[in-house]
Design a protein around this ligand. Structure first.
Ligand code: NAD
Length: 287
């Protein structure tokens, strides 16, 4: 029976440490601030944005939300990003995905100043991550790395298999694991004989978006299993990409959904906002 990695508790600890850092900044007259842009009214996005605003409140980060109609033009979106880039009071900018398909999200991520890119999606920051340079690491992979650190899971020489190659999870996660000396295999919808690959994993990370996709017979005995997925099962219950009840009998460590990777993602967003605030102010010699 696996040890359950408690992302909820670890995220709480990270937020309370960040709250102290935030208070120190406020004492120096520096108020960290996050601007969140949401386009349209995707229901899952609304929940994520609400959780982010709650975390800001708890840590002491000022939070500003821009809710844009789904008929907004690309130019209007980019103009807003430019305005926020220029605004000295704003330290972090986050564009909540997905956005309507007539808009170019890649251009939008590119236009967010890499110094305020707390989600780590600007190509400059993605490139720095690949080169193992200091950067804003995107929040979900960063949260997973923090979990490994907290549970003394050393990646060196381990076979890590990631299912999912998205720009926001799978690819940056691949770079994080590689930077920590793991041997990384990245699988996706066109991978052949997936189970043969996953059964070789010392650490298996699922970021697919399909409820209970990873079954116990795809997992090696004693593997560490990280579940990024957020799905609804047939009873509308929140569930991950891993068949938790059966896989937990075989794994050595496993993350639950909810209460695993999700809260860590938001804690690392707070971490990145504080980091951005400190960097911007030290550039201006304010600290
Ligand atoms: P995505 O749709 O962009 O990517 C999914 C990936 O899964 C793709 O690379 C695809 O090739 C792969 N895939 C799909 N079907 C497959 C199959 N049959 N076999 C192998 N690979 C397959 O999704 P994403 O944005 O990376 O998110 C993945 C999941 O993680 C979603 O459930 C999302 O809600 C969740 N998510 C959670 C957090 C968090 O904080 N916990 C953050 C981001 C995303």
């Amino acid at each position: 029976m696996a040890i359950i990695i408690d992302g909820k508790e670890l995220a709480k600890k990270i937020r309370s440490n960040l709250k102290i850092e935030c208070q120190e900044l406020i004492k120096k007259g520096i108020q960290p601030k996050l601007a969140v842009i949401m386009v349209g009214d995707d229901s899952a996005s609304k929940v994520y944005v609400r959780n982010k605003s709650r975390a800001c409140k708890e840590v002491g980060v000022e939070y500003e939300e821009y809710l844009l109609g789904s008929d907004i033009t690309q130019k209007e979106l980019i103009d807003l990003i430019h305005k926020l880039n220029e605004d000295k009071k704003v330290n972090g900018i986050l564009l909540q995905s997905p956005i309507p398909s007539h808009l170019d999200i890649n251009e939008a991520f590119r236009e967010i100043s890499y110094k305020k890119d707390v989600d780590g999606f600007n190509p400059i920051n993605v490139g720095k991550l690949l080169l193992n340079q200091d950067t804003f690491i995107s929040c979900t992979p960063y949260g997973i790395m923090k979990m490994f650190e907290e549970y003394n899971i050393d990646l060196e020489g381990k076979n890590v298999v990631i299912i999912g190659r998205s720009n926001i999870v799978g690819k940056p996660l691949m770079a994080c694991c590689l930077n920590n000396h793991a041997t990384v295999t990245i699988c996706h919808s066109r991978t052949k004989e997936l189970a043969e690959k996953t059964k070789n994993a010392d650490i298996l990370i699922a970021a697919i978006g399909k409820a209970k996709f990873v079954k116990a017979d795809m997992v090696k005995e004693g593997a560490i299993v990280i579940d990024v997925g957020i799905n609804r099962d047939e009873n509308q219950k929140l569930t991950g990409d891993v068949d938790f009840e059966n896989v937990k009998e075989k794994a050595s460590y496993i993350t639950p959904v909810p209460g695993g990777v999700g809260p860590m993602t938001i804690a690392m967003l707070m971490n990145n906002v504080i980091k951005a605030t400190i960097q911007q102010n030290s550039e201006n010699n304010k600290i």
